[in-house]
Write a protein that binds this ligand. Structure first.
Ligand SMILES: C[S@@+](CC[C@H](N)C(=O)[O-])C[C@H]1O[C@@H](n2cnc3c(N)ncnc32)[C@H](O)[C@@H]1O
Ligand code: SF4
Length: 493
């Protein structure tokens, strides 16, 4: 579940020309007369459904100053971050396992399609070599708080190869007391052996891609996956002992109707996963390698029709006992994602929402992104380049970004809004020179009822949560200073 946001965010170095200024300025930048007095929900959607980031990082990947970092600088910041945090919270590891047997034509992830399973072994070897390069930067044994296998499809790999990978990583690492290990799985390729083997190695969370159960939608996205198969694998995961099972659903897929979405959610309710991701379909066909095809724009539910799918889904989730967590996610009250929202420890990073934060997140595998809290770095995006550099003992990063002081303050506000739907600048440390400009941008959204600002505190009311990406955009100084002129981001709603 979490991984996909990572991938989409990383995969979207392009979007739609920002023809519309969300902040109500005319072409010359002058404030327009406000027209919001009688805004209906539909009007609001029309007004605010614009291209925008999903904020799995700040700065967002297209705004990285790529030459602010190189492998040596990345190694240094990782080593410092490790020293500062390993003994206390430990570190997180994300491993990208990119292969899938067949292409789902809606997919926006970094994946490689093949039926040749000979690719598994060399890839695992390269990931372990990359891990060895990181180990040389660490002065003590890493304490692993979180280990996440994302993709692509981790269960493309055989149980034996996944065990070899996990044992290789954990040979030089110890789990923290409250460690969380999870993986993403395609229901069609997940076997009992996968579930058993990963369970034995400490995995307790798994998330299955479901998307939608309607036969026409499944056929259009080239992903035939009957409900019975998902039931079987979900039951098997529960029997094995997995304590947090998640399903990924997507709204806005080609040919999807309100009735499909409700039917999919009702079927999902029967299986009662602990968590749900309910992603807005990101239509980004201009990105090289996504392979989004086989349907036309006219087949996609748009604007109000798409939002209606979300609203109906959200109501149904609530009737079924799920609580909304941040953006796109729902969980039962017994799941720790819900508990972390309640106790204010919910965090968001390249893996999406997580129940706790570590200062250091190491990303292994092609296209993975690491975060040292002071900097980000992304690995090579092709398998041959990635494997060659990892096997030479290099850190195979090809771009990154060192955060400025301003970036850190803006990141705090964006994280607060994405995770807790509120932020505050009472503390001078949470202020920055251009804060007034950001607040001016928010005035119109306040008048439209999307937020309240009082006593240096901004709160997003529940009905305005769908607009949270737009609200974050008002703090995104890099976006404000340099609006993209070519396609970069998916639509916010
Ligand atoms: C890496 S896949 C999950 C594991 C496995 N590959 C599978 O498909 O079952 C990650 C998830 O990202 C979501 N996803 C992929 N492409 C998307 C897109 N274009 N828009 C929204 N969500 C998308 C899907 O819900 C998918 O299950
Ligand atoms: S959605 Fe399909 S193509 Fe995309 S990662 Fe999952 S299995 Fe692969």
């Amino acid at each position: 579940m979490v991984y996909m946001l990572t991938v989409i965010a990383g995969a979207i170095p392009c979007g739609v020309l920002l023809r519309f200024d969300p902040y109500g300025n005319d072409a010359s930048g002058n404030k327009k007369v406000r027209q919001h007095a009688f805004m209906t929900h539909d009007n609001l959607i029309q007004k605010y459904n614009i291209p925008g980031p999903r904020y799995t990082s700040y700065p967002t990947v297209p705004y990285w100053e790529a030459d602010s970092i190189d492998p040596e600088a990345w190694a240094e910041t990782v080593a410092n971050s490790f020293e500062a945090s390993n003994a206390s919270e430990g570190i997180s590891l994300y491993v990208h396992l990119p292969y899938c047997e067949s292409l789902c034509t809606f997919c926006g992830c970094h994946k490689r399609i093949t039926k040749r399973h000979e690719v598994e072994s060399p890839y695992i070897e390269a990931v372990l070599n990359e891990w060895r390069s990181y180990l040389q930067l660490f002065t003590t044994t890493p304490r692993i708080a979180e280990l996440h296998y994302g993709g692509g499809t981790p269960t493309f790999f055989s149980p034996d190869n996944l065990a070899r990978l996990t044992e290789g990583i954990l040979q030089e690492g110890t789990p923290t007391e409250h460690f969380e290990y999870g993986f993403e799985a395609h229901p069609n390729s997940t076997t009992r052996e996968h579930l058993d083997s990963l369970y034995r190695l400490g995995f307790r969370r798994c998330s299955f891609g479901v998307q939608d159960y309607d036969p026409l939608v499944q056929q259009t996205i080239n992903r035939i996956q009957p409900f019975e198969r998902v039931r079987e694998v979900t039951d098997a995961a529960r029997d094995t002992g997995y304590t947090s099972i998640s399903h990924d659903l997507v709204f806005g897929l080609p040919h999807q109707t309100l009735a499909n979405v409700i039917d999919t959610i009702d079927k999902t309710g029967e299986l009662r996963p602990d968590r749900l991701a309910f992603y807005s379909y990101a239509h980004v066909p201009w990105i090289k390698g996504t392979g989004q095809r086989g349907f036309s724009e006219a087949d996609l539910p748009k604007d109000e029709a798409k939002r209606a799918l979300y609203e109906a889904g959200k109501r149904r989730f609530s009737e079924l006992g799920y609580e909304e967590i941040g953006m796109d996610h729902f969980a039962l009250e017994t799941d720790n994602l819900y508990q972390s929202m309640q106790n204010h420890s919910l965090h968001r990073n390249f893996m999406g929402y997580t129940a706790s934060a570590t200062r250091l997140m190491v990303g292994l595998g092609m296209s993975s992104i690491g975060d040292s809290w002071d900097a980000f770095a992304q690995n090579e995006k092709t398998v041959p380049e990635y494997e060659a550099r990892a096997n030479r003992g290099e850190l195979p990063v090809f771009r990154g970004h060192f955060l400025t002081d301003e970036d850190r303050v803006v990141r705090r506000h964006i994280l607060n809004i994405m995770c807790h739907f509120e932020t505050s600048w009472e503390d001078p440390a949470e202020q920055f020179p251009e804060l007034e400009t950001c607040l001016a941008k928010l005035e119109e959204m306040q008048a439209d009822g999307l937020l309240q600002i009082e006593d240096q505190r901004l709160v997003v009311p529940e009905h305005a949560r769908p607009f949270v990406r737009n609200i974050c955009m008002a703090f995104d100084l890099r976006l404000l200073r340099n609006a993209p002129e070519t396609r970069i981001f998916s639509m916010t709603i």
